[in-house]
Every structure is written in C-alpha cells, then in structure tokens.
Design a protein around this ligand. Structure first.
Ligand code: 13P
Ligand code: SF4
Length: 336
C-alpha cells in the first residue's frame, strides 16, 4: 500500500535509488537504445535519471521527435499512449501500466459520443488527459500550457465542447471570454483537493509569496478572486502549466513561492531556482498513479521490456490528427 500522505509506495518499491541503481538504469537504457521521458510529477530519483523531464506538452513533442528505438515513459498511461500515437514505429514502455488517471477516467468514449450528438456542429477540444479512444472522437487536443491558445484558434462563432476538466475549462472560458463553450464536469482528485480555504490560509501566513497555480486546481478560481479583491497583489498570482511554472521560477523576483499542484513539481522548481523557497499549498497533494513508477518498476521495465503500451491502429489513426494539432499550437514548453 502506498503511504497515504505522500502516495509513495513503501521503500521505493523495494529498490533504493542509489548511484549504482542510476548507473544500471542508464546502462540498460543505452543497451536498448531507449530514451527515458519523465513527467514533472515523478519521484525525484526518476526525474534525475531521465533523459528528458517536462510537462505533458513538452514530452509529447519530444516523443514525436526523439531518435531512439524505444521510449520509456515515466508518467501516467494516457501520456504513454499519446507517445505511441505520435511515434507508432517505436516501442513505448511504461514502468507500471496500472498508472492511470482519475481525470482521464471522468469521461468515456460513449459519454462523449452522446454529448457530441447533442451539439453536432460543435468543435470538440479534449485535454490530453483522456484515453486514446476519446482522443479519436476529438477535433483538437490541448494541454494545460496551450488550452487557451487552442480554443482561441477556433472560429468564435463555432460552439466548443471542452473536456474533461471543469477547472481548466473555467480558466479557458475566463481567458478567452467565450460564452459558447460547454464544459464537462470532470476533475482530477489530486488537484480538486487543493482548495480555496487552504490557499487563503497559506497566502495569509506568507503575505509576500508569489502564487503558482495549476489550472486543474480547485483553488484556481479562489486565487483569481483573492487577486481581484486585492487580498493578494494581482501580479503575484499566476495560473500556469507545470512547464510554465519552471519558466516563472527562473523569472520570479520573490524569495518565496506557494505552489498549488502535485508535490513532485517542487523538485524541478528547486533545481531551476535554488535561491527561492518553494512551499506546497497542500503537501498531501501527491498523485498515487504518478508514483507507481518506482525505481524498482523502472529497473524491471528496462530488464524485462515491460509494460508495453499498445494502441489499436484504427484508434491511433483517428487520434493522431487531434494530437498533432495540439503539438503545433502554443509555446514549445520545457523539457531538458
Ligand atoms: P501538465 O500538462 O501541466 O504537465 O499537467 C499534466 C497533469 O496530469 C496535471 O495533473
Ligand atoms: Fe491524472 Fe490528476 Fe494524477 Fe495528473 S495528478 S495524472 S490529472 S490523477
């Protein structure tokens, strides 16, 4: 059972992330001609051994272009599926295929078919946190770093179905000023749990801190409310994707930043700006799925070539167009 506070499995899955472990991971990856991609929410040891670390948009772009026979995707299952959709000729492995996503589970392909039938002329915009089958029913995918740009690129007279995250949808609606956007009522249980009351309490006790807020958070609306009411200066509140947070960390003039997102993010932020004190708004906000990619699981993955990610070719073909549109819109994002 994972630790209920951190979501981290006991003893890193039975293998300590020592220097020898890291050297063995790198040796095995080289032997397989594999590149390791890790999301910003992975355990610090997994981030440190990866060839590339980034947000979901940056990692999708890397997956589409990386020169390797295999991609080892240390993230959650929909991210590895997206890599497979973009690079069907490569083998894509995930250290633990049980690494799902509560947000991706909040809409099924059948539910989307029914919703589309109600609005047959609408453009369907799906967050990348969706299954390959849902992507196959989508016009354009987006991530948190380009959702506003994606919706802005759509003819203002066309209705938009935005799914599945209600908080990101509310952010997009606010930023684009569109009133013809319909939003699915899904949420990520980790981000929805970072609420406005916690944010208010933390910003009261750290009055000089900047606030970096992921748009999936339940507190995003509260953050903008606090700024609107003058409780927190407006220029101190930023709604950012995980990649955007790293760029903002390098640019901040503050000595302290309150971070509202999954706690794995703190590792890259502290590396990007070691002189800044980064504090989690909710230190229990750990994604148990992301943390399934333990050092033991990564070692097994490279040793046994498991778990391989498959996407049925017809579904992949339908999904590819919407994902390719996504990676062509918005900032290049951050990966290293
Ligand atoms: P990013 O798109 O910011 O990487 O976020 C992905 C995610 O799963 C957030 O929970
Ligand atoms: Fe999914 Fe939430 Fe975990 Fe991100 S943090 S992978 S949205 S469950």
């Amino acid at each position: 059972m994972p630790d209920p506070r951190t979501g981290i499995p006991p003893a890193y899955g039975g293998v300590e992330p020592t220097e020898q472990w890291a050297a063995e991971i790198k040796r095995l990856a080289k032997e397989r001609n594999a590149k390791i991609l890790a999301h910003n929410y992975q355990l610090p040891a997994i981030q440190d051994v990866a060839d590339y670390v980034g947000d979901s948009l940056a990692l999708s772009r890397i997956a589409a272009e990386v020169d390797a026979d295999e991609i080892i995707f240390c993230g959650v299952h929909f991210m590895a599926e997206t890599a497979k959709i973009l690079s069907p000729e490569k083998r894509v492995l995930i250290p633990d295929e049980r690494a799902g996503c509560s947000l991706a589970d909040s809409i099924s392909a059948d539910e989307l078919r029914e919703w589309k039938a109600e609005y047959p002329d609408a453009v369907v915009v799906s967050y990348v946190n969706t299954t390959a089958e849902v992507k196959g029913l989508t016009d354009i995918c987006c991530t948190s770093s380009n959702a506003v740009d994606v919706v802005s690129s759509i003819d203002p007279d066309r209705e938009v179905l935005f799914l599945p995250d209600q908080f990101l949808g509310a952010h997009v609606k606010r930023e684009t000023g569109r009133d013809n956007i319909h939003i699915w009522a899904g949420e990520c249980h980790v981000h929805a749990g970072i609420n406005g009351a916690e944010l208010t309490e933390q910003s009261d006790s750290h009055p000089d801190a900047d606030l970096f807020i992921h748009p999936e958070c339940g507190c995003a609306t509260s953050a903008l409310y606090l700024a609107g009411e003058g409780v927190v200066p407006e220029d101190k509140v930023q709604i950012l994707s995980t990649g955007g947070m790293i760029e903002a960390a390098r640019a901040t003039q503050s000595t302290q930043v309150l971070v509202a997102t999954e706690v794995g993010m703190l590792h890259q932020l502290r590396k990007a700006a070691p002189e800044v004190d980064f504090q989690a708004v909710n230190e229990n906000a750990a994604c148990p799925y992301m943390k399934m990619n333990t050092p033991a699981a990564l070692l097994r993955c490279l040793t046994e070539g498991k778990d391989e990610v498959h996407v049925a070719p017809d579904i992949a073909e339908r999904a590819r167009l919407s994902v390719q549109r996504m990676i062509s819109i918005g900032n290049p994002g951050s990966g290293e």
